[in-house]
Design a protein around this ligand. Structure first.
Ligand SMILES: C[S@@+](CC[C@H](N)C(=O)[O-])C[C@H]1O[C@@H](n2cnc3c(N)ncnc32)[C@H](O)[C@@H]1O
Length: 308
């Protein structure tokens, strides 16, 4: 198996049919200009291009240059109809403006990290494979997890673990981390996972004790919730009336932001662009998909349509 085969085997896009059904009310082959704001490995993007047909155009955004390089290969057969942009999706309006792509026919955002980000030890997201404490989706900018852990106070670390990891042992873990930081032993994801394991009493079945700590630090390093908020502020403005927005979230913090923002934008008292919510209940993966692809088990899809 080559590295690329491994990557593809490890990543299957989630909720593809459900997403296509919501993004394309007109059915197959209707064309249009779409933005996949988290193009990742290009799986959803390919499905969107196939579904849109030969007059469909796709703008793919990602802040991970490795992901973009991979997506470029996957989307090569569609090259004249694809534009890939290295940017955080909080800059979506200026990216689309520069490309003359407003008003847009539809957006997809598939949040979170990709399999290669998680699986490659050197990216620093994994508690299973030890690597540097990096955790940046965009390795060309910003503070690494090591920088963050070096700088913040114990109370700030506790807040991050509690708010972004929903970690009930946030206080104990923060204290252990700060103690080890002084000793200079906090130098890899493996070391961090071991510290968390020592700090947390008892064991949960089927869950590494470091799961929530890693989620929390990743969210903080990449400012994931601020990014999502800013994106949702801009997305409705970029859509044409009748254009649609699909968001796939993987944990309750993200999903709550999407739910609240959709509700606020659907409120008749809202000034500016308004949305109609298409998913009164969140869409989750079928039993078959969940059995085939464990990652789909926590996926939550919400969609909305821009009103006139
Ligand atoms: C779950 S993967 C997307 C997978 C993709 N849908 C596919 O089918 O291959 C999430 C991607 O979003 C990117 N990402 C996450 N937050 C981002 C942000 N704020 N701006 C741009 N890209 C982001 C990550 O770098 C990652 O490549």
């Amino acid at each position: 198996m080559t590295v690329s085969d491994e990557v593809v085997a490890g990543h299957e896009p989630v909720l593809v049919d459900e997403m296509l059904g919501l993004l394309f009310p007109g059915g197959v082959g209707v064309g249009g200009t779409f933005c996949d704001a988290t193009v990742g490995l290009g799986g959803h993007a390919k499905a969107i291009l196939d579904h849109a047909g030969p007059s469909g155009r796709l703008i793919g955004i990602d802040r991970d240059q490795d992901a973009l390089a991979f997506a470029r290969g996957v989307l090569e057969p569609y090259a004249p109809r694809v534009t890939l942009v290295h940017a955080p999706f909080s800059r979506v309006r200026s990216v689309l403006e520069a490309l003359g792509a407003i008003p847009l026919d539809g957006f997809l955002v598939d949040l979170g990290v990709s399999s290669p980000q998680l699986d490659r030890a050197e990216r620093g997201f994994s508690f299973q494979r030890s690597g540097p404490l990096d955790m940046r989706m965009d390795q060309s900018a910003g503070e690494t997890a090591a920088d963050l852990l070096d700088r913040i106070s114990q109370s700030e670390l506790e807040r991050i673990l509690r708010d972004y990891g929903e970690e009930r042992f946030a206080g104990r873990i923060a204290r252990h981390i700060v103690e080890e930081r002084v000793r200079g032993t906090l130098d890899s994801t493996g070391a961090l996972a071991a510290i968390v394991a020592r700090a947390v009493p008892g064991r949960e079945r089927h869950k590494n004790p470091a799961t929530r700590t890693f989620q929390a630090l990743r969210i903080a390093v990449n400012r994931e919730l601020d990014e999502l908020d800013t994106f949702l502020d801009q997305a409705a403005e970029c859509l044409r009336p009748g254009g649609r927005l699909c968001v796939i979230a993987f944990h309750s913090l993200e999903d709550r932001i999407v739910k609240r923002r959709f509700r606020a934008l659907a409120d008749p008292a809202t000034r500016g662009p308004r949305l109609r919510i298409l998913t009164k209940r969140i869409v989750v993966a079928s039993d078959q998909e969940q059995a085939r692809n464990p990652r789909s088990r926590s996926a939550k899809l919400r969609a909305a349509e821009k009103l006139e």
